[in-house]
Design a binder for this molecule. Structure first.
Ligand code: TA6
Length: 317
């Protein structure tokens, strides 16, 4: 492997918390990412100044079978409680493997620092979700420090039966102060409000700001969403493909206190914006494959509210 940024390897497998296997990705200009094989879980994404861009709770337990609080949990084959499985499905608390020679990906991420992971069901998994599948996840770090996640789920059943699933990249973004943050791109879209029995509403014309608990599934959303952090003067741009929905979640003070692996005040420094497929489950016949792609960028917020065009921001940065 070629060296990236000094004499460090661009892809390194090492031990993380609790002795769990962890893959570190490094890009020549200094950005980095970390992925735990436990959960296929991205737990760190740093820019070339070494600043952490993802939130991970100080109380996160890196102790199976508990999922890791923060980073990018993979919700599969069920989002939240939309089905009979444990909340957010089981992929986030299974041990994934590194796949050294996966079938070719449609994207050009092979040239970047990347790792390919694979999850297949165990006999125990098949008892609770009786469907054979292969879930391939590529995590890649772009030359400018962008983080790219590509998921491919294949129905490998031999019984001729299709299966359906829901999915989310449950991304926890690190923010300076939730009260100073706005999300643009979801205005005027319909959403299901988890705090109001999943009733359907339409979002008003303004960007979303935060002053209390929020747990909404925005439906049929655009492929680009921006999270503006005024205090940090940073904008996250979320690009997604194959993932029509977008979940926005912050537990706020009361619910945060009820979450054992989240500090009481930590809700102020996190915001989940989750590229997802929830409203319309994905159905795969045997032999079929689904792809869901997430691309995250962090750029300086060099524009005022109301002038947001994430594409322009990226081009001018
Ligand atoms: O994505 C939002 C959500 O489904 C919320 O309802 C909230 O419970 C959150 O995920 C965290 O779920 P977890 O199972 O990780 O505690």
């Amino acid at each position: 492997m070629a060296a990236a940024g000094g004499d460090k390897l661009p892809v390194e497998v090492c031990k993380g918390f609790s002795g769990l296997d962890r893959v570190v990705l490094r890009e020549a200009r200094g950005s980095s990412a970390e992925v735990y094989l436990y959960g296929g879980h991205v737990t760190s994404w740093k820019n070339d100044h070494g600043e952490e861009l993802l939130f991970v709770s100080s109380k996160a337990a890196f102790k199976p079978p508990k999922p890791i609080r923060g980073g990018i949990p993979i919700c599969f084959p069920q989002f939240a409680s939309h089905g009979g499985l444990e909340s957010h499905g089981f992929a986030r608390n299974r041990f994934w493997s590194i796949e050294s020679d996966p079938p070719p990906f449609p994207t050009n991420s092979a040239s970047m620092a990347h790792v390919d992971l694979i999850l297949k069901p165990t006999e125990e998994d098949l008892k609770i979700w009786p469907h054979s599948f292969e879930f391939r996840l590529r995590v890649a770090l772009g030359p400018g420090g962008d983080l790219l996640l590509t998921s491919r789920v294949r129905n490998t059943s031999t019984d001729g039966k299709p299966f359906s699933f829901t999915f989310a990249y449950h991304t926890y973004f690190a923010v300076s102060d939730i009260s100073e943050v706005r999300v643009e791109g979801l205005e005027t879209h319909d959403y299901l409000d988890n705090l109001q029995s999943k009733e359907r509403f339409t979002e008003q014309g303004d960007a979303i700001t935060f002053e209390s608990e929020i747990d909404k599934i925005y439906l049929s959303t655009p492929t680009k969403i921006a999270i503006l952090d005024h205090e940090k003067k940073r904008t996250f741009v979320v690009r997604k493909d194959g993932l029509p929905d977008a979940v926005v979640w912050n537990p706020w003070d009361k619910r945060a206190k009820a979450i054992a692996d989240l500090g009481d005040e930590e809700y102020k420094h996190m915001l989940c914006v989750e590229a997802a497929a929830v409203e319309k489950p994905i159905t795969l016949k045997p032999g079929e494959e689904w792809k869901g792609r997430l691309e995250l960028s962090a750029v300086p917020s060099s524009y005022c509210s109301g002038q947001l065009d994430p594409q322009k921001v990226l081009q001018s940065s």
